[in-house]
Design a protein around this ligand. Sequence first.
Ligand code: FES
Ligand code: FES
Length: 149
Amino acid sequence: MILNVNGSRHEVKAEARMLLDILREDLNLVGTKEGCGVGMCGACTVLVDGKPFSSCHLLAEQVTGKEITTIEGLSRDGNLHPVQQAFLDKGAFQCAYCTPGFVLTTIALLNENPSPSDNEIREYLSGNLCRCGSYQNILQAVKAASEMI
Ligand code: FES
Ligand code: FES
């Protein structure tokens, strides 16, 4: 089975396997994190054709033929994606375990709604949890990113 990940095609043994496991174990894309493992925390978020999905809850068969983007696929020519840069600038993390998921969900949000209100940001990111409680800085980072994009 072929998966399209970060602009490259990968032949993988994907039958009855979760996308998260293939990304981490077969493709060594370990920026995609496993938290709850049951679709509740957002740590494993990836973009599938630009929309955020929990990769722990997605069978690889469901995403063949689609474009998958992980945190490793965001930088260009050594430059961070503007959303990554905004998270860095605003110190929007402590342990950073949740950060890849937040960054990818933020990109999806800003693609849909380039100037979200605070409440729209909170609502869209409500499926991403941060155990370190960095929510205030994350909110500031998303707002800063919306002005950079
Ligand atoms: S690890 Fe996938 S949603 Fe928590
Ligand atoms: S920064 Fe630690 S879980 Fe969010």
